[in-house]
Design a binder for this molecule. Structure first.
Ligand code: ZN
Length: 190
């Protein structure tokens, strides 16, 4: 299967399994000096691979690319080993980091895969200007970053790996939420 077909499959799965709604989030996959990104306003239920927008890693973004396309580009530029970037609005991961503190997974799997997840606070008004470099700086040394009140950015060698990190942090945050509700988990010590 080609990378564009992979991109459609993962983008649909993000919607299908509750990591995004019909139109939220975006993703990209790299091939050589180019990457393919979801278009702005993409609907996960109907998006076709012919609608993905081709961009240059070191040059111009294609017309109609996601508003986050320059963020994806910054991540690819900072690390040639990155093959995919996935952005989702994981509800539990977002809910559990509304305090702006880094996320420390309390569960075994979370601690194994992601010992500490950086949480960035970026003002809505300056998001487009600030987010690309700030998120790229974190993704240069970690598999993912959470932007407070917004969502998760995960990178991987390929789409499946970026998707895996997305699923990992969301299940960890969901487990932490359930444990908190059950009265079995106090807020994590800092
Ligand atoms: Zn978003």
């Amino acid at each position: 299967m080609g990378v564009r077909a992979d991109a459609i499959r993962v983008y649909r799965d993000l919607r299908r399994f509750g990591y995004n709604d019909s139109h939220s989030g975006n993703l990209s996959v790299r091939k050589g000096s180019r990457f393919w990104v979801t278009p702005t306003g993409a609907c996960a239920d109907t998006l076709r691979k012919s609608e993905l927008v081709g961009c240059d890693v070191d040059g111009a973004l294609g017309a109609g690319a996601s508003l986050d396309a320059n963020l994806h580009q910054a991540v690819y530029r900072s690390d040639p080993a990155v093959g995919a970037v996935v952005h989702s609005h994981c509800p539990y991961a977002v809910a559990m980091t509304f305090d702006g503190e880094d996320y420390l997974p309390p569960d075994f799997e979370g601690q194994y895969y992601l010992p500490r997840v950086s949480v960035l606070t970026i003002a809505y008004q300056s998001y487009v200007a600030e987010a690309p470099q700030r998120v790229a700086d974190v993704l240069a040394r970690a598999t993912m970053a959470i932007v407070r009140g917004h969502g998760v950015y995960a990178r991987g060698r390929d789409l499946d790996e970026a998707y895996k990190w997305t699923c990992s942090v969301e299940l960890s945050a969901k487990t932490a939420w359930l444990a908190r509700q059950a009265g079995k988990l106090n807020p994590s010590p800092r």
